[in-house]
Structure formats: C-alpha cells, structure tokens
Design a protein around this ligand. Structure first.
Ligand code: CAA
Length: 258
C-alpha cells in the first residue's frame, strides 16, 4: 500500500513505520493518523511481521496533533467525529508488540502516541511534553492518564499544568522510557531489540503483551489470576514443549507459533 505521510518497510520480520511529515515535525494530522491505523492493521495481519518499530525523524518523533488542522474546529465537529478516539484505538488494538523509537520532540499527541506503544526507547536528544495547556486545551490522546501511570501524579501534573518538557535522562529516571540510546544508533538498536522479540514464540509474546497491558486495567488479585490462567494455557502450545526441551537439551529453541 502507498502512504503519503509514512515510510513503511518490512525487513527480516520487523515492520518499520517512520512518521514522515518533515515540514510539520511529523504533526499528527488526520491523514497521518488514518494511514498509521492502516499500516498497523496491515502489519498485525501479516504473518511475516513479528514485531513493529514506530519512529519519526531525528528532530521529531512527532510535535503533537496538527494544530493548524485543529484550530478552526468546533466542539460539535470534534465531538461528532470523536476526534482521536479511533486513532487511539488503532494503536492499542494492535496485538503484535510496538516499540516506539523516539528522537527529538515527542510532544502532545506525539508523547501520547509513544506512550500507546508497548515500550519506548529514546535517543539522548529526546524531549517529552504535554504542552496542550499552552494552547488553551488539554491532552486528548491519553496524556493526562498514561503519563500519570508512567511517571506518577506529581510529575505528570506538573508537566500537564506547565507544559514543561522532560529530557531523555529525566524520562529514563522517571520510568517513561526503558532505555536511552545515542541518537545515531536509535533506530538500529530498536530494530535489534525487535529482532530479539521476533525470535520468541509469537503466542507467548502476544499473551505477555496482553497480560502486561491488563495490569493497568485490573486489581492486583484479578491481574495475578489472569496472568496465572494465561500462563497455564500456554502449556497447551507446542512452543512450551519446545522451549523447555531446548533448555534441557542445551540448544536454541525452534518456535513454530503453534
Ligand atoms: N501542528 C502543526 N504544525 C506544527 C506543529 C504542530 N503540532 N508543531 C510544529 N509544527 C510546524 C510549525 O508550524 C512549523 O511550520 P512552518 O515552517 O510552516 O511555520 C514547522 O512545524 C517547524 O516548527 P517550528 O518552526 O516551530 O520549529 P522549532 O524548532 O522552532 O520548534 C517545537 C519546535 C518546540 C516543537 C514547536 O514547533 C512547537 O512548540 N510545536 C507545537 C507543540 C505542541 O503544542 N504540541 C501539542 C499539540 S496539541 C495536541 O497534541 C493535542 C492532543 O493531545 C492530541
């Protein structure tokens, strides 16, 4: 499929999606969000893709929702269109893991998009923020909810109320990102990490992604029971027999996703 706002490629079982609106620092307009939803759905349905990396440019992962596109909209329009509702769903319903590789600005919807991915690797130049307050609005794609879960109430509240940016070092210290990588190596490192995931059993990978994401939705005791039951169910897979046999026989497992 041809995309105008994304560069999409699949190599060696890794789907790489680059946001590509360089003149607007990858601002998320409706065309880009629509194309992103289609690209993610296509990769999710493609057996050749086992893990997805979502990235932007060195200067910007994404500088937020497209302010120029939004500026003239009325309440009635954004409410009736459920602005950003379907876009958010298209990311979170993806069952394969998505790694966000963030360099430069990840602001507003850009920070929110990164947080919708399964984990974030960022470069030493990354800057995260929810500056919507400066536009007379507030986050609309999860910034008040997910950022709070990532970094805690105090830091989230300060960032959401003042619009201040967080640098890479603070983002790692606060648990927003899993690792900081030199900018020139970021995408290669994200692909290397995706490659590691792609070598596991896809059934175990998808079940693990679901279980970790459920931890945000369930009480601890319900979550622990859910985890245990899914763990039990993996004993119905060939990959469980293979993975454990390979360990005992001191060889690499040959997973078949069955
Ligand atoms: N929407 C539309 N266009 C944007 C944009 C955005 N979010 N961010 C940057 N651009 C455009 C600029 O208008 C500019 O275009 P022109 O050359 O045509 O003027 C181009 O990208 C380059 O930007 P700057 O000249 O501003 O670049 P800079 O290096 O001086 O500053 C920046 C970079 C600090 C990121 C600055 O661009 C900025 O503050 N951007 C807006 C950030 C923002 O407020 N994001 C939140 C958006 S609202 C939202 O996301 C709602 C939600 O929750 C979903």
């Amino acid at each position: 499929m041809a995309y105008e706002t994304l560069i999409v490629e699949t190599t060696d079982h890794i789907g790489l999606i680059r946001l590509n609106r360089p003149d607007a620092l990858n601002a998320l307009n409706s065309q880009l969000l629509g194309e992103l939803g289609k690209a993610l759905a296509a990769m999710d349905a493609d057996d050749d893709v086992r893990c997805i990396v979502l990235t932007g440019s060195e200067k910007a992962f994404a500088a937020g929702a497209d302010i120029k596109e939004m500026s003239e909209k009325t309440f009635a329009e954004v409410f009736k269109d459920d602005m950003f509702g379907p876009a958010g769903q298209s990311v979170i319903r993806t069952r394969k893991p998505i790694i966000a590789a963030v360099s430069g600005y990840a602001l507003g919807g850009g920070c929110e998009l990164a947080m919708m991915c399964d984990f974030i690797l960022c470069s030493d130049t990354a800057k995260f923020g929810q500056p919507e307050i400066n536009l007379g609005v507030m986050p609309g794609l999860g910034g008040s909810q997910r950022l709070t879960r990532f970094v805690g109430k105090s830091k989230s509240m300060e960032m959401n109320l003042t619009g201040r940016f967080m640098d890479a070092e603070e983002a790692e210290r606060s648990g927003l990102v899993s690792r900081v990588i030199p900018a020139k190596d970021l995408v290669d490192e994200a692909i290397k990490t995706a490659k590691k995931i792609s070598e596991k059993s896809m059934i175990a990978v998808m079940a693990t992604k679901e279980a970790v994401n459920r931890s945000y939705e369930m009480t601890l005791s319900e979550g622990l029971l859910y985890e245990r039951r899914v763990f039990h169910s993996l004993f119905a897979t060939d990959d469980q027999s293979e993975g454990m046999a390979a360990f005992i026989e001191k060889r690499s497992p040959q997973f078949r996703d069955t």
